[in-house]
Design a protein around this ligand. Structure first.
Ligand code: TUI
Length: 311
């Protein structure tokens, strides 16, 4: 399955793994790249030197292209942006803001730049700024989200820009890939399904919550503070939403969630941890290797889609 996206990335398939904080470390990224997708190391809020180390470890595990996600709320984003260039990383995706100020340096260094956007306006701005493609991410996604759904965002972004569009949010199988292509995308990014991959270092308790999740088991915290985050419902999210309803300050709410994603991913604390996951959690049924996941979803998409969409 080749599209403008797989050609741009130099991958076998137009499938990208989301740059998820704590989850997207080098084992997962290398496994996705080795399976023909594009693995991504999520820099999130990690210290810049840790990101450099992660990149070097990924290079030991794969000779295929992989990327780094720069999370723009990170106060160290500028340093991470520089490390990506120094280490010769092929692809950068960005999240939770505008990467405009880093774009020129990345382009000059020959890095493929793919900002994640949640609106048509941001997609157009990124194209004008020299982005090679955009990920149009709907609010079905886990973690930090915008307000548009994938079904409505992807076609509107595809109509508004000429660079390739990669769909994200709610995609967990071949039907999601086929649907995304019908909406005008030329690739997909998946997060939640890869959280549960065999090569993912995420604690078994967290994986189990995703596998057991039903369609309605996620909710969005922080809508009122301007930092909406989709998580699986648990004691932590209930407490957060209760405080939010009572008008708690942003600082108070931030304090409650401090370190909570780490708690879920590393310690398996599914009670007080933050279980970021997308609405597609209800579709994720078992732990599989990245190779099994990618082969399965691409084969399914190919049986559904007329060849003109991907040849
Ligand atoms: O970035 C994400 N998802 C994330 S980042 C993250 S780390 C975090 N952890 C705890 C609290 C806060 C963050 C967890 N999940 N997805 C990509 C994405 N980007 N979704 C939406 C956007 C976005 C939003 C606004 C992109 C651009 C944007 O621009 C706003 C502006 O005008 O600057």
């Amino acid at each position: 399955m080749q599209t403008r996206v797989s050609k741009l990335l130099g991958t076998k398939y137009p499938v990208i793994q989301g740059g998820m904080a704590w989850v997207a470390e080098y084992h997962l990224a290398a496994a996705v790249s080795n399976a023909g997708g594009l693995g991504i190391i999520g820099a999130a809020s990690a210290p810049p030197e840790v990101v450099r180390e992660q990149i070097r470890e990924a290079k030991k595990l794969t000779d295929k292209p992989f990327g780094v996600n720069v999370m723009l709320l990170n106060p160290n984003a500028a340093e991470v942006a520089q490390i990506v260039i120094e280490e010769g990383v092929k692809v950068v995706t960005t999240g939770a803001g505008s990467p405009a100020k880093f774009m020129e340096a990345w382009k000059n260094a020959g890095v493929v730049v793919i900002p994640v956007v949640a609106s048509v306006a941001m997609a157009k701005m990124m194209e004008r700024g020299g982005a090679d493609a955009v990920v149009a991410e709907g609010m079905e996604s886990g973690g930090h989200i915008g307000s548009q759904t994938t079904m409505t965002l992807v076609p509107q972004v595809a109509d508004a820009v000429s660079i390739p569009v990669i769909a994200a949010g709610g995609i967990a199988d071949g039907r999601g890939i086929a649907a995304s292509m019908m909406l005008g995308a030329e690739g997909v990014q998946m997060g939640t399904r890869f959280v549960v991959a065999k090569e993912s270092i995420v604690h078994a308790n967290y994986k189990e919550r995703i596998i057991k999740a039903k369609d309605i088991d996620s909710e969005v915290t922080g809508m009122s503070t301007g930092h909406p985050i989709r998580v699986l419902r648990n004691q932590m999210s209930r407490e957060y939403l209760k405080l939010e309803k009572e008008g708690a300050s942003f600082e108070e709410l931030e304090h409650l969630t401090l370190g909570s994603l780490r708690k879920a991913v590393m310690d398996g604390d599914v009670v007080n941890g933050s279980l970021m996951a997308g609405q597609s959690a209800g579709m994720v049924k078992k732990e599989q290797s990245c190779q099994e996941i990618i082969e399965e979803i691409v084969a399914e998409a190919e049986t559904l889609l007329p060849e003109k969409f991907w040849k």
